[in-house]
Write a protein that binds this ligand. Structure first.
Ligand code: CP
Ligand code: NVA
Length: 308
């Protein structure tokens, strides 16, 4: 099936397209070093204004394994939106590259860039969403739980970018999603409304948002992320106080063994205890590996589109 040009929000993909990416990712994982090089001769740009371990390495490795070349571009070189407008940079990039993978605070800037670029623009994390992470998470859930429909996925922590993309993807694929956050750290109303709308469209359950940590024990699988996203570090003291009842640990889980996912980097002793992290480390590092396989599949699908 045809794919959209860009992946800015996980909602740029419909249920069928997400499943296509996940199925191809499974194939590429089994046959990682095959001779097919769909990106042969192509150069992709990777740009970030924030730190990254997994995103940069998994994209660069994946592009190489698909036969392409990746260029890492720093913001002090191109000044996205400051030295030059998103619109002009988008039009220039399209003359050289086959795709541009961007990590930036500015979600609307990415939308603007995508509007003016003729090549795929891929969101590698904005303050609003992290769709590439969520493709890897869905792959991990499929591998470990099989059927995703009706799986009770509960996110606990800050209602941030990762929470937003997970909630939206759950509505598209039919997972039963709950977000447990402290008061005033709930996901944005816009995203919740969008998820409710998608849930209706796909006949899924609407997301549940609560401030009650004990609800975590009802989940099939839990998910957490840092309480402080990149750029929010200065509010550390306040955040740690507000979140003290929201750590995933054996007390919160009543000693139940519920599997836990974490997008990483983890702050052990904050959103998750060291013990619970280590008990789930096999799953969590599988999830990190799956960034590679899911993104390779995504690149094949999106860049295949520009060739057709
Ligand atoms: N999970 C994730 O995106 O990790 P990085 O910030 O290290 O890329
Ligand atoms: N919510 C985190 C995710 C890091 C992968 C952040 O934005 O920093």
């Amino acid at each position: 099936m045809n794919f959209p040009k860009d992946l800015i929000s996980i909602t740029d993909l419909n249920r069928e397209q997400i499943n296509e990416v996940l199925n191809l990712a499974k194939e590429l994982k089994v046959d990682r070093y095959n001779d097919q090089k769909p990106l042969k001769g192509k150069t992709l740009g990777l740009f970030t204004t924030k730190p990254s371990l997994r995103t940069r390495l998994s994209f660069e490795t994946g592009i190489f394994e698909l036969g392409g070349n990746s260029l890492f571009i720093r913001n002090d070189e191109i000044g996205l939106g400051s030295r030059e407008s998103f619109a002009d940079i988008g039009r220039v990039l399209s003359r050289y590259l086959s795709a541009f993978i961007v990590r930036s605070h500015d979600h609307l800037g990415l939308i603007e860039l995508a509007k003016f670029a003729s090549i795929p623009i891929i969101n590698a994390l904005t303050d609003q969403e992290h769709p590439c992470q969520i493709l890897a998470d869905l792959l991990t859930l499929k591998e470990n739980f099989g059927e995703l429909k009706k799986l009770k996925l509960t996110y606990i922590g800050d209602g941030n970018n990762v929470c937003a993309s997970l909630m939206l993807a759950s509505a598209i694929l039919g997972l039963e999603f709950m977000a447990i956050t402290p008061a005033s750290y709930e996901p944005s109303k816009n995203i919740v409304n969008q998820a409710c709308h998608l849930a209706k469209l796909y006949e899924s359950s609407a997301p549940i948002i609560t401030n009650e940590p004990s609800e975590a024990t009802k989940a099939d699988v839990l998910y957490t992320d840092t309480w402080l996203s990149m750029g929010q570090e200065s509010s550390k003291e306040k955040i740690v106080k507000d979140f003290q009842n929201y750590q995933i640990n054996s007390k919160l889980l009543n000693s139940q063994k519920i599997p836990v996912l974490h997008c990483l980097p983890a702050h052990k002793g904050e959103e998750i205890s060291e013990e619970t992290f280590e008990e789930n480390s096999k799953l969590i590092f599988e999830q990190a590996e799956n960034r590679l396989h899911a993104q390779k599949a995504l690149l094949v699908k999106l860049i295949g589109y520009t060739n057709s």
